[in-house]
Ligand binder design. Structure first.
Ligand SMILES: *Cc1c(COP(=O)(O)O)cnc(C)c1O
Length: 466
């Protein structure tokens, strides 16, 4: 490519300018389905085009159709922070363009991954017994965990024999669990009918341990084979958190595998005062925390801690001749710890983020987010017509606008849509006990107290117009 340097520098500078002007842009773009596709040539060019043209089209046709996840007033879903230090690390990773599947396909990537994961282990206060790797997403980390659950329950014969003559496996999680767990259950061949929902109780909407014991006893009596439990720490809907220590005791009693899904809220465990919320995680067999959500290392960066890596490699490692690393029996090959073979160099951004901000810097951010979320929750609690549906869990709460004589589900769906069409902030909805509630999470890396408080004006102003 001609002018490689010029365009590489331009792309980096464009990124800096883009971040600087985010507050002036609508968080969600005002576009209709098909609008962007209509602007893109239907067929590829036969001959090279100038890069001026390519870049100009990117700015004109693509950027206005983006939802700006790094916008400081992004309060929807969960954050997917790409801290400046992470962005810079990704520039370097992109330049190198390595595939980090085996130790020898990039020794530094493998060894830095081991270190960076161990740094996070220490940051979360987890015991030394945990090792881990960086998967692309929590979905694949959980799939790997469910596959281990299956193989462990079947004496590691499922891969060879399939499930046709196997006893009926059972896995337990609460109704608050993320859809990635359902999908892992489908893909593992265990089947949705064998994912047993534990009733929830209490203000944290956590799984009821007594109910779980009864479910397991009933399954054993029916001749089924319980394989594992998946615990929530900060589930996606409204931040539900299970009593992990009690689930761990049950896992031990019945010899079940325990996987903890702390994809979002796990990041908060760098703050010692919050660790009571996942007490017992130290007894889990595996834990997933997305460093690519709240912590600041951009997607994909899903940290998967495991107590016994051999259970993972026994389940997932294939060793065809072309993957043998001759004379290197002692090295770690992280592709054997996950589903995909090819892997990006994901540890560099985590290392950069931890060093550029320090644990104290990251803790300050998380504590601010939690405090601001509570402040906004208190203001909305006293705003006429508003009610709090679920109390703040970490930095997430949910609320509802309740006008007399209105269909509240319709009203609140209309409110979310009107707020998002306005563009100043971005929110999403969920259902709590069957009824629509509006979620509000604070977590964007560069959001300020003013950004959060300005949401109060936007929400109340738009609700008054409905
Ligand atoms: C986001 C999230 C997931 C899925 O994460 P991916 O990395 O997108 O697969 C799973 N569980 C919880 C609790 C989440 O918040």
């Amino acid at each position: 490519m001609q002018d490689f340097r010029k365009w590489a520098v331009k792309a980096a500078e464009w990124g800096v300018d883009y971040r600087a002007r985010l507050r002036e842009m609508p968080v969600r773009p005002p576009v209709q389905p098909g609008e962007i596709a209509a602007k893109i040539a239907p067929s590829p060019p036969e001959h090279a085009e100038t890069f001026e043209q390519v870049f100009a089209d990117f700015e004109r046709d693509i950027v206005p159709g983006m939802t700006h996840w790094q916008h400081p007033r992004f309060f929807a879903y969960f954050p997917s922070n790409s801290a400046p230090a992470s962005l810079i690390a990704e520039h370097l990773v992109n330049a190198i363009g390595a595939v980090c599947m085996l130790w020898q396909t990039s020794p530094a990537a493998t060894e830095l991954e081991t270190r960076a994961v161990d740094w996070l282990r220490q940051a979360f206060g987890l015991p030394e017994v945990f090792q881990g790797c960086i998967q692309d997403t929590a979905s694949t980390a959980t799939l790997a965990a469910v596959l281990v659950m299956r193989e462990r329950a079947l004496n590691y014969e499922g891969n060879a024999k399939g499930l046709f003559d196997a006893p009926r496996l059972r896995v337990y999680c609460s109704a608050e669990a993320h859809s990635s767990i359902d999908r892992a259950i489908w893909f593992s061949g265990i089947g949705q009918d064998n994912l047993v929902r534990i009733p929830i109780k209490g203000p944290l909407r956590g799984a009821d341990p007594e109910a779980l014991r009864q479910l397991i006893h009933a399954d054993l009596a029916a001749g089924y084979l319980p394989a594992g439990i998946i615990a929530n720490v900060g589930a996606t809907g409204v931040g539900a958190t299970d009593p992990v220590a009690e689930l761990a005791a049950i896992a031990k009693q019945f010899d079940l595998y325990l996987h903890v899904d702390a994809a979002w809220a796990g990041a908060a465990m760098i703050c010692p005062e919050l660790r009571h919320l996942w007490a017992g995680a130290e007894h889990a067999d595996s834990i997933v925390v997305n460093a690519h959500k709240w912590l600041g290392a951009q997607t994909h960066c899903s940290v998967h801690f495991v107590r016994d890596p051999a259970s993972l490699t026994r389940t997932l490692a294939a060793k065809p001749d072309y993957l043998h690393t001759l004379g290197l029996s002692e090295v770690v090959n992280y592709s054997e710890w996950g589903v995909p073979l090819g892997r990006q160099f994901r540890a560099l951004k985590l290392w950069f983020v931890l060093r550029a901000y320090g644990l104290e810097g990251l803790r300050a951010m998380i504590r601010n987010h939690i405090a601001w979320s509570r402040q906004l929750c208190e203001r909305l609690r006293t705003a006429p017509g508003f009610e709090i549906v679920t109390e703040p869990a970490y930095s997430l709460f949910s609320f509802r606008y309740a006008k007399p004589h209105a269909d509240l589900d319709q009203l609140n769906l209309a409110l979310v849509e009107a707020i998002n069409a306005d563009g100043r902030i971005y929110l999403t909805q969920t259902r709590v006990d069957g009824a629509v509630a509006i979620r509000f999470q604070v977590g964007q890396f560069e959001c300020t107290e003013d950004d959060v408080m300005s949401a109060y004006d936007v929400i109340t102003e738009i609700a008054a117009r409905l």
